[in-house]
Design a protein. Structure first.
Length: 310
């Protein structure tokens, strides 16, 4: 996972990283966003339709080991699970692939949030949002920036469980079939148990660790199951701007089943070292031209290097 060679992009990523630490405080060994989380293990089993859309190994193997990290918003590692600022929640999936021909470890990741909305199209625009949040002038910014306003106004209720929430990739990706056919998609994860939220009043009575406690208890009773889906773009749909949503009528294809069956050992230590990568970097899945993908990858790597050094 290399840092970008684009100096302007890298400078913006460094500024974003710094501003997030200004907003939430510096917490050595922790992420500047989605700091509080839990790392879990399981498997992914693809559907036949997945193999038709992509030649990627994890979409064509009977089963692939995965790591899943559920998380809360903000860069505050102690944020209570019942704090309204903890939404939207996050989900990162790592598919652990066979070693490369030269013996190197191989994997590919998907990073998602529990909302299909994002406030900006570019990293530079997101830096503006952070500046206004820090300065206390976000109220002046929002009326003239419809994407940011839509993100703020979109409902973000707290889930009953990490296992009863939906997650969205926001950015688009290209699935490449064996015959070279390209399909633009956006990922979505849907819980097998259905979506269920906590009433705002009931949330106040929830424990500060209720989501972490819940997911651990569920796993002891049996695997937690979720479905990996994609919304498929049609001709003319915008694929390089995460603030532009595709019509709800677009086809949805089930790619496979995620089964989570274990809480990772040495959880805090593994969360400190794992660096999720928004760029797929495997044959069969490619990034779209959405500028946020390279920006997020750069921030994640900068953050990961600092965590490992802490």
């Amino acid at each position: 996972m290399p840092l970008p060679s684009d100096e302007v992009l890298l400078k913006t990523a460094q500024e974003l990283f710094s501003q997030m630490q200004t907003l939430f405080g510096k917490h050595p060994g922790k992420r500047p966003a989605h700091s509080k989380g839990i790392l879990l293990e399981g498997t992914f089993q693809p559907t036949p339709e997945a193999g038709k859309l992509s030649k990627a190994t994890h979409f064509n193997s009977p089963s692939t080991p995965i790591l899943v990290r559920f998380s809360n918003s903000t860069g505050i590692p102690t944020i209570p699970d019942n704090d309204s600022n903890a939404d939207p929640r996050g989900m990162g999936i790592r598919f652990t692939l066979p070693n490369t021909s030269d013996g190197k470890r191989s994997h590919t990741d998907i990073v998602m949030h529990s909302t299909p909305f994002f406030p900006t199209r570019t990293g530079g625009e997101f830096l503006e949002v952070l500046h206004h949040l820090i300065a206390g002038t976000i109220g002046d910014y929002l009326p003239t920036h419809p994407a940011a306003l839509a993100f703020v106004q979109a409902p973000k209720p707290a889930p009953v469980s990490y296992a009863k929430e939906e997650y969205f990739s926001v950015s688009a990706f290209k699935l490449i079939a064996e015959d070279g056919k390209v399909t633009f998609v956006r990922y979505k994860v849907a819980p097998a148990l259905g979506v269920e939220f906590v009433d705002a009043e009931a949330l106040k009575e929830k424990d500060a660790e209720y989501l972490q406690v819940d997911i651990k208890e569920r796993i002891t009773s049996g695997p937690v199951s979720l479905k990996l889906l994609v919304q498929v773009a049609e001709e003319g749909d915008v694929t390089d701007d995460c603030t532009v949503h595709w019509p709800e009528s677009r086809k949805v294809v089930e790619l496979g089943t995620i089964e989570i069956n274990k809480v990772s050992d040495d959880n805090a230590a593994r969360q400190k070292t794992i660096i999720f990568d928004p760029i797929p970097r495997v044959p069969g899945v490619e990034p779209s031209d959405d500028p946020l993908l390279e920006m997020r990858a750069a921030i994640y790597l900068l953050s990961g290097r600092e965590r490992r050094a802490a």
